[in-house]
Write a protein that binds this ligand. Sequence first.
Ligand code: DX5
Ligand code: ZN
Length: 228
Amino acid sequence: MNGPIISPSILSADFATLGEEVRAVSEAGADWIHLDVMDGHFVPNLTFGPAVIKALRPYSAKPFDVHLMIAPADPYLAAFAEAGADTISVHVEAGPHIHRSLQAIRDLGKRAGIALNPGTPASAVEPLLDLVDLVLVMTVNPGFGGQSFIPSTLETIGRLRAICAGRAIDIEVDGGIGPETVALAARAGANAFVAGNAVFKGGPAGYAERIAAIRAGAAAVGGGPLSC
Ligand code: DX5
Ligand code: ZN
């Protein structure tokens, strides 16, 4: 996909009406729907699993961008694939066999993503690039929405862009992204942008306007191609 990809995170949506929230944000211009799965072990918070994602699937035709913050991930990959995930991202820090996890996601016929915490260097994913369709750079420490963007992650994004040169790999950023920080991340080399609070805070009447503002912030950045 050319141009910035905006992937609203339903972590900041109204959990009492999640289906309607997914429908509303899809109709408001989301390119992907970002689903944050947390286990209270790899990250200090709990959210939802494959049953909820399966229940949400009929509410949108947009790709489901599933971010697994769970350890281990491997026993659940098939369930997330069956639930309707299009991309499944696993953390490089979540276990000793990330290569196997990425192979398993591809074998399930899904796009494979690898996620990095803010303290993990870009070089950690270098041996894995043949196996991934997306690299997800955490721009906050994972676990909660509404945190502040960590500027040191810009260097990681820039390094990844260089490492990924010539490959069809999306570079996605996640955490503290809004109309201003999105431009920093885009300039550094990201082409896909997760936003939770910046989209959902304030309610459905503003979803279209807020998605458009984030898209404009990313698109305003001149320079080379957005995808690496
Ligand atoms: C954090 C999640 C993010 C989060 C982003 O662990 O992975 O997707 O929802 O929320 P904001 O955009 O509010 O920082
Ligand atoms: Zn996420």
